[in-house]
Write a protein that binds this ligand. Structure first.
Ligand SMILES: [Zn+2]
Length: 173
């Protein structure tokens, strides 16, 4: 898939059997309607659009989910280093070959949700979450949400990812 626009992403977002709140979250994110600091400043709800962690850089969705150290260390921990220009390219990012790519929309949306939660923990609760904690929280969600998958092969795909994530949590970086 080469740089799809958001409407082409609609089936990937809405057909994934993540909880409904995650479908909506992903839809807002890829429509660039999520309440990042840049979007809030654009709506004149806040005056400064700077990232609460980096201070000098504007917090748009690309910064929040990719380049901000808070997100970047999660990607590093995951062993997937997206050399991408924007978040839309994440759908097409090179993945470890042994992992089932069919499960990527399910994993990706769950992961982005956890990065968003880690960012909110930092912003509203002053907690600077370690990347291992973020991935463990993701594993916990996958354990819960994999029950939503009907097909055994889909469940097995998510279990493969789960094993990989667990291994990455144990790796020294
Ligand atoms: Zn930042």
């Amino acid at each position: 898939m080469a740089r799809p626009d958001c409407d082409l992403l609609a089936p990937l977002i809405w057909h994934s059997r993540v909880p409904r709140k995650i479908n909506f979250f992903a839809w807002l994110l890829f429509k660039d309607r999520l309440n990042t600091r840049v979007n809030l400043a654009h709506k004149q709800i806040i005056s400064m659009d700077s990232c609460p962690r980096c201070a000098t850089l504007p917090e748009d969705s690309t910064h929040l989910f990719l380049t901000c150290p808070l997100a970047n260390r999660v990607w590093q921990r995951l062993g997937i280093l997206p050399q991408v220009e924007g978040i839309i390219d994440l759908w097409d990012v090179p993945l470890p070959h042994h992992l089932p790519h069919k499960a990527w929309p399910f994993i990706l949306m769950s992961l982005l949700w956890k990065i968003w939660a880690a960012r909110n923990d930092m912003l509203f609760r002053n907690i600077d979450q370690h990347s291992v904690i973020t991935l463990r929280a993701l594993i916990s969600d996958l354990d819960l949400w994999s029950h939503r998958l009907m097909a055994t092969c889909d469940k097995e795909d998510v279990y493969s990812w789960r094993s990989y994530l667990s291994a990455r949590c144990a790796m020294p970086l």
